[in-house]
Write a protein that binds this ligand. Structure first.
Ligand code: CA
Length: 380
């Protein structure tokens, strides 16, 4: 068997830039959906696909290791470059080899498999509402209309390290894999996606139709669709097809962020460049880190109570990279007894203060529903 891939991305009707990126570099396929301001989102998703492409070309590491390296690259850039402070990206990757797809992902860009007319979602979104669905606290229908459905519990580049979910699925001739950003799945229902995938055998036309439908439904977000069809081998030997490579976005920017090819002769120059980078980091650290930290919010634990923090849940060389902004009287152990918040002590990240406070309210409601006595805050 062999694969035929097609990909398309579209800015949609509302956004001013396209912060999605994708990579088609057989046998590796990637979709990334950046966030953190227009520039930050574009830089984060592009850094993600470029890092994966570079490491895959050199054969370094497993897929998950490459993704964790991409996380490190994005995080370091976001704390040293104030123009992209706080950026992050989702990432969903498929490595398709020998009748299998190895999938790895972080965030809410999804992978599906269409087999014999049935569309199956393979990935689980790393969102707060998905956790609540898995805990039986929300139905799938409630989750779709939930005001906080966009709160991600994991992104690439948001913290110094990241957990990557992995799974393997088998592939047969006739199967079709779909990787996509939430600009598709937030706009059209899975049933409709399945119908289009069944009706349109040509992957290029199918990708285009999905994007057109998402735009017809409002196109409120960037839309990226990547299809991989598993087909019979050609009966006649054909020249091996060249690996295609596509990265969304303006090519000159892509070139600007590409690392130079690794060669021994440039070691000395690289050392100089690194010295410059280190110096730059030191100079920027005092300003950039503070600006970056001020833009970060999360819900965590302070003195055994649930609290809203500004900064990131980490410390460096003994310095805490966060401070408490809102204290509550909710006992942290009560919240962590609910499976949904069992990682509360590691911090639940939020886009801004309002979102962090919404998470606290959600904890309060969930505890009330679980039957615990939840202390109300005294009026300020
Ligand atoms: Ca998106």
């Amino acid at each position: 068997m062999r694969t035929v891939a097609a990909a398309a991305t579209d800015i949609g009707h509302v956004r001013e830039g396209n912060e999605d990126a994708y990579l088609v570099a057989e046998p590796l396929y990637v979709v990334a959906d950046g966030m953190g301001g227009h520039l930050g989102g574009e830089v984060a998703s592009r850094l993600a696909v470029e890092t994966l492409e570079r490491l895959s070309a050199s054969g370094e590491g497993t897929l998950a290791e490459r993704i964790r390296e991409a996380n490190r690259v994005i995080f370091e850039r976001s704390v040293t470059d104030r123009t992209v402070a706080g950026m992050g990206t989702t990432l969903t990757a498929a490595l398709v080899e020998q009748g299998r797809a190895h999938l790895a992902h972080v965030g809410d860009s999804r992978a599906y498999r269409l087999r014999e007319d049935r569309l199956e979602q393979l990935t689980h979104d790393h969102t707060l509402v998905q956790r609540m669905v898995e805990e039986g606290e929300l139905t799938t229908e409630q989750a779709e209309g939930h005001p906080h459905r966009n709160i991600l519990t994991r992104v690439l580049g948001g913290e110094p390290s990241v957990d990557v979910d992995e799974l393997d699925v088998d592939l047969r001739v006739g199967d079709r894999l779909l990787l996509c950003s939430d600009g598709l799945t937030g706009m059209i229902a899975d049933d409709r996606i399945a119908q289009i995938l069944r009706e349109e055998p040509d992957p290029h036309r199918a990708a285009r139709r999905l994007i057109d439908e998402a735009n017809d439904a409002g196109g409120v977000d960037n839309i990226t669709v990547l299809l991989i069809d598993v087909v019979d081998d050609d009966p006649e030997p054909s020249p091996s097809s060249p690996a295609t490579r596509t990265i969304a976005g303006p090519p000159e920017r892509a070139a600007e962020a590409s690392p130079p090819p690794r060669r021994r002769g440039v070691d000395a120059r690289r050392a100089l460049v690194w010295a410059g980078v280190v110096l730059g980091v030191l100079v920027l650290a005092s300003v950039g880190l503070r600006l970056y930290l001020d833009s970060q919010w999360y819900v965590g634990v302070s003195d055994g109570r649930v609290a809203v923090f500004r900064g990131i849940p980490a410390q460096v060389a003994g310095f805490e990279l966060h401070h408490v902004v809102v204290e509550t009287s909710i006992p942290a152990t009560d919240a962590m007894d609910l499976a949904l918040y069992r990682d509360l002590d590691e911090g639940i990240t939020a886009d801004d203060r309002a979102e962090a406070e919404a998470v606290v309210e959600q904890i309060r409601e969930d505890l009330a529903r679980a039957g615990g006595a939840v202390p109300q805050e005294p009026a300020p």
